[in-house]
Ligand binder design. Structure first.
Ligand code: HEM
Length: 211
């Protein structure tokens, strides 16, 4: 049975919204436990844990947003695309919280230290570049902005998500001091998602040239 766009908008979107919020609520709950002296998962270094946790979820959601169109193509469930904007915006929100946790909890809002890090620590420079690329995508995500820019220009702008995601993968790989599996797994998933798009584009071109 096909699910209508109306049903997805009415029930699917609020459910997805609540699901995407869960990691943040879970983190807030553990902070509350930590502050009130209960058992929590924040380890002996809650600030580092928080920063990394938020960075991880930002990257996961970014990958999930990038996975929506391939999954919609492969399964034929095209309406999945209705959820892409929300997942992308959540990726951006978690990325902002990740940076805010670094600035606020780690550096106590020492903006000078923050900009020094952005300029001098390579993995932070790369993270900042990723955030800069993601920002216009979030700003122009409303229907009003799509209309104002025109669909073609808006779609071209959306392509910034690819270099942004690559920069996030590099940020993660550079951040770890030794070779570790986890950042490489994330980078591998990203490579598959980007590879899928390249193949889809090439197949589209061949089909066009055969017409
Ligand atoms: C101004 C921009 C950024 C700054 C200052 C920043 C800062 C940091 C810092 C300080 C760490 C942890 C380093 C450590 O604990 O040794 C980190 C890790 C990480 N960041 Fe960022 N970041 C930025 C942008 C981003 C963005 C845009 C994303 C994702 C969309 C992201 C995803 C990650 C991930 C996945 C990790 C690794 C987490 C882990 O170890 O599990 N970062 N970042």
């Amino acid at each position: 049975m096909a699910v209508s766009a109306r049903t997805l908008n009415k029930f699917g979107k609020p459910a997805l919204f609540a699901a995407l919020l869960l990691p943040a609520l879970w983190l807030a709950w553990n902070w509350w436990l930590a502050v009130s002296g209960g058992d929590h998962v924040l380890t002996v270094n809650p600030i580092e844990y928080t920063n990394r946790y938020l960075g991880d979820w930002a990257f996961r959601y970014l990958l999930a947003a990038l996975a929506i169109s391939p999954v919609a193509d492969l399964t034929g469930f095209k309406r999945l695309i209705l959820f892409r904007r929300m997942v992308g915006l959540f990726a951006f929100a978690y990325a902002c919280l990740h940076v805010a946790s670094y600035l606020g909890l780690d550096l106590f809002f020492d903006w000078r230290a923050f900009w020094e890090d952005v300029l001098k620590r390579n993995y932070i420079t790369v993270g900042m570049a990723a955030l800069v690329l993601l920002t216009p995508l979030a700003i122009t995500s409303t229907n009003k902005m799509v209309k104002r820019l025109g669909v073609a220009r808006w779609q071209r702008l959306q392509r910034l998500v690819y270099p942004a995601a690559i920069l996030v993968a590099v940020h993660y790989i550079m951040m770890v001091k030794s070779i570790q599996l986890e950042p490489l797994i994330y980078a591998g998933i990203l490579a598959v998602l980007l590879g899928f798009r390249l193949i889809r584009r090439a197949v589209g071109r061949v089909r066009l040239s055969e017409r």
